[in-house]
Design a protein around this ligand. Structure first.
Ligand code: CA2
Length: 147
């Protein structure tokens, strides 16, 4: 069965607990449950990973090489700072969709820059947690078409 890796970066583990106006009330556990149910319907396997540490995210991306057909990543604040995460994603050459819960372009200027976007298949921002759903549907369909 094709596998999709779903990576969440720093502070996504406390989603739902604070700043509901920006990020909503949904928790990471609830997002992952919904994605698991969808993955079953789409006939793909999902591997969830969240870390507050840049190096751990890089290690996870590197170790996914040749084992996953797609990557969904919300690098959170590392989106705007991490050339290292971008390089790791480039190195594995796996179709990647960058997801942001909030519309990063409607927020502070420092959030307008994404180091990941230029090497991603696409970016979804501002559609809340539905962005993960749309990304999973797209990558599952790609995996079944091409791999
Ligand atoms: O909109 C997104 O998904 C972000 O990736 C979320 C990041 C932010 O740094 C990015 O610019 C956009 C923040 C992750 C969650 O941070 C929280 C902060 C307070 C309370 C709960 C979560």
């Amino acid at each position: 069965m094709k596998k999709i890796l779903i990576v969440n970066g720093p502070n996504i583990n406390i989603l739902g607990a604070r700043e509901p106006k920006i990020y909503g009330n949904i928790t990471l556990a609830e997002i992952e449950k919904e994605l698991s149910l969808l993955a079953k319907k789409l006939n793909v396997e999902v591997d969830f990973f969240q870390s507050n540490h840049e190096g751990e995210i890089i290690d996870k991306i590197q170790s996914s090489v040749n084992t996953v057909s797609g990557i969904i990543i919300n690098p959170a604040a590392f989106t705007h700072t991490s050339i290292a995460i971008r390089d790791a994603l480039s190195s594995v050459s796996t179709p990647t969709i960058e997801v942001h819960i909030s519309n990063i372009y409607a927020r502070e200027e420092f959030r307008h820059k994404s180091y990941v976007a230029p090497i991603a298949l696409g970016q979804i921002a501002g559609l809340g947690t539905d962005g993960y759903i749309f990304a999973l549907k797209k990558l599952a369909s790609l995996a079944q078409t091409f791999n």
